[in-house]
Design a protein around this ligand. Structure first.
Ligand code: CA
Length: 620
């Protein structure tokens, strides 16, 4: 129930008192950023732009589904948008497929992933923030994409890379959610070369698991391999071993280009040679994007070499916008406003495209229809010729199939996007002792209008490449460092008083067709539109699902896992035998390599025997 306090706060956050912005700068067109021909020589494997030998295949045939997710990739951070960047393979894929020009995600990782795999808005599955899956996960009474595809399409289902949808109890992990196999990490933040998660000071654990069915093994011996190629190699291995007579669903979720920033030197050197005027940090971050590009190219090559590509729908998207904290000269959402962790377009509007033989007839087109991460599951099913079952969970499906609209280049079936709601579940977090501003905002887009209420996140237009040198001396940015869980402090927003917070005392309204950079607040100019969107947002806010909503009987296991984890000083540990992974005495810094020698010492110190770590319980 909503308490009196919550009602008061809702009233405070959503008053119809308007204070328009006066800026009327026009957004820059990104058409200027057509990729330069001079980069063509950098194409690996002759930029194998997929060119199917035949037209689109019948959905009745085996349709392979390959979903490639980049982490924190900025809106301005692909070569076909920004010619400063070298991404020949992704450019070729986008140009040989259908670019989704108005594609939205959530503002952070886990909720977007919840949407992609359940077909619902994150709040509809109880995931309001990353913290919701740190503590719990997507409730197991929602059927995820791999389980659906396995049940109704007899798909082989494999997940590689980042999970970040719960690991506290086995029912929350990939191979209990319908994947035949999983090779990757449970949590939010692995690293380029070291597959482990740093948590709370000096405590760390290895976060790389190799799961087949209900058998889970720690994936040892991979430290030192760069994550993009580690996961591309695993994806390629799965593709090569796949029996092509069966449809394949591959969910490939890269660690790239999430921090910490690290990349093989050849990528860094590429940019050092091309852009000596850039900082060393920028050489690394740009190199990470090019490494991602090469890894995606490797996977596509394997799909082509094995003959699967011609009957594949390949989806590529980022999970949220780029963040700039600690990366002052790195990633860019230009010309959009804001960044990851925020509800401005820079946090939630990302690059996405469809590729593969299934979109052969539409190759080279851009589809401008409104699209959201929750649409990907219904779209995949439609592309595969499968009917969505009636019962896939306790809340309604939010996603729409975009398949026919994309194929016919017609209007989107979607007319609105709910970016975030405000209800007792996320207000509880934002009014807590920590006053977590990140959870104190809501936003909705209906047609061309977008309304933001509460705290929308860091509210500037930064991230152009190269970064504004003036920021380098900003102490707020300096302090921000690499803590990706906090907003830059430079926004001046004092949330309890509402001072200097755009959209806090009065909701903001923007016309995204005329003003995609969200520079001109129209809330006073168009009060009727503002009221309509406020009412819609309030209606949606009443439909949220409680976080930590776990089915009865599962909650006990989850609570146990959480308690045991807390016992180990908040180190995020897998649910099974995690005492064996605790080694705080030997870990002195965040990302020290887990060398074979350290690995052996760890095993001796803990009695860990990976061969005995196979742990299975009865599945659902
Ligand atoms: Ca992310």
């Amino acid at each position: 129930m909503i308490s009196t306090t919550h009602v008061k706060v809702l009233r405070m956050m959503l008053p119809l008192l308007f204070s328009p912005h006066t800026e009327r700068d026009k957004i820059r067109s990104d058409s200027r950023n057509l990729r330069r021909a001079e980069l063509a020589h950098l194409c690996m494997s002759e930029c194998r732009a997929p060119a199917p030998h035949q037209g689109p295949r019948s959905a009745a045939r085996r349709v392979h589904l390959v979903h490639i997710v980049a982490d924190d990739l900025g809106y301005n951070d692909l070569g076909y948008i920004n010619p400063d960047l070298v991404t020949p393979r992704l450019d070729a894929l986008a140009r040989s497929g259908v670019r989704l020009d108005t594609f939205y995600t959530f503002k952070t990782c886990a909720p977007t992933r919840a949407s992609m795999l359940t077909g619902r808005y994150p709040f509809r599955v109880g995931v309001y923030s990353n913290q919701d899956v740190d503590s719990y996960g997507v409730p197991s009474n929602f059927t995820m994409a791999p389980a659906l595809l396995r049940q109704i399409g007899h798909y082989a289902t494999h997940a590689v890379g980042k999970w970040h949808l719960g690991f506290r109890s086995p029912e929350l992990t990939p191979t209990w959610r319908g994947f035949d196999s999983f090779f990757g990490y449970w949590h939010c933040c692995s690293a380029g070369y070291e597959q482990r998660r740093f948590a709370h000071g000096k405590h760390w654990f290895l976060d790389l698991t190799n799961a087949t069915g209900k058998r889970l093994r720690p994936a040892l011996g991979h430290d030192g391999r760069y994550s993009a190629f580690l996961y591309a190699d695993e994806a390629s291995r799965i593709i090569r071993r796949h029996n092509a007579r069966r449809p394949l669903y591959l969910y490939l979720s890269f660690q790239s280009v999430h921090g910490p920033d690290a990349v093989p030197s050849r990528f860094e050197q590429l940019y050092a040679a091309r852009h000596p005027e850039w900082s060393a940090a920028r050489h690394v971050s740009a190199g990470m994007i090019t490494a991602l590009d090469e890894a995606v190219g490797q996977v596509v090559d394997t799909l082509m070499d094995t003959g699967l590509w011609d009957n594949t729908l390949c989806i590529f998207n980022s999970d949220n916008g780029a963040h700039w904290g600690g990366h002052l000269e790195s990633y860019s959402n230009a010309p959009l406003r804001g960044a990851k962790f925020g509800l401005w377009e820079g946090g939630v509007r990302v690059r996405a495209f469809l590729a593969g033989g299934l979109v052969y007839a539409q190759r080279g087109t851009t589809w401008n229809g409104l699209a959201h991460a929750s649409d990907l599951l219904p779209t995949m099913l439609a592309a595969a010729g499968l009917q969505m079952p009636a019962d896939t969970g306790p809340t309604p499906m939010d996603g729409f199939s975009l398949w026919e609209a994309v194929r016919s280049n017609s209007t989107s079936p979607r007319s609105s996007v709910v970016h975030q709601v405000l209800n007792q579940f996320n207000l509880r977090d934002c009014l807590g002792a920590d006053h977590d501003k990140e959870n104190c905002g809501a936003a909705i887009r209906i047609g061309k209008y977008k309304l933001l209420a509460g705290y929308p996140g860091w509210s500037q237009w930064a991230g152009d490449v190269p970064a504004n040198p003036a920021w380098r001396g900003d102490p707020d940015w300096q302090r921000y460092g690499d803590d990706v869980h906090k907003q830059p402090r430079g926004d001046g927003c004092r949330i309890l008083s509402g001072d200097d917070c755009p959209c806090w005392r009065s909701a903001c309204l923007f016309d995204l067709e005329a003003d995609p950079g969200e520079r001109t607040d129209l809330s006073r100019t168009l009060p009727a539109v503002t009221r309509r969107l406020l009412h819609a947002l309030r209606d949606e806010s009443s439909g949220g699902t409680q976080g930590s909503h776990l089915p009865q009987g599962r909650a006990a296991a989850d609570t146990l896992a959480l308690e045991r984890t807390l016992h180990f000083k908040h180190a995020f540990l897998p649910f099974a035998n995690f005492s064996g992974w605790h080694n705080d005495a030997r870990a002195s810094s965040c990302y020290n390599p887990l060398t074979p020698r350290l690995e052996r010492k760890l095993q001796r110190a803990t009695g860990l025997d990976p061969a005995k770590w196979n742990w299975a319980v009865s599945g659902p």
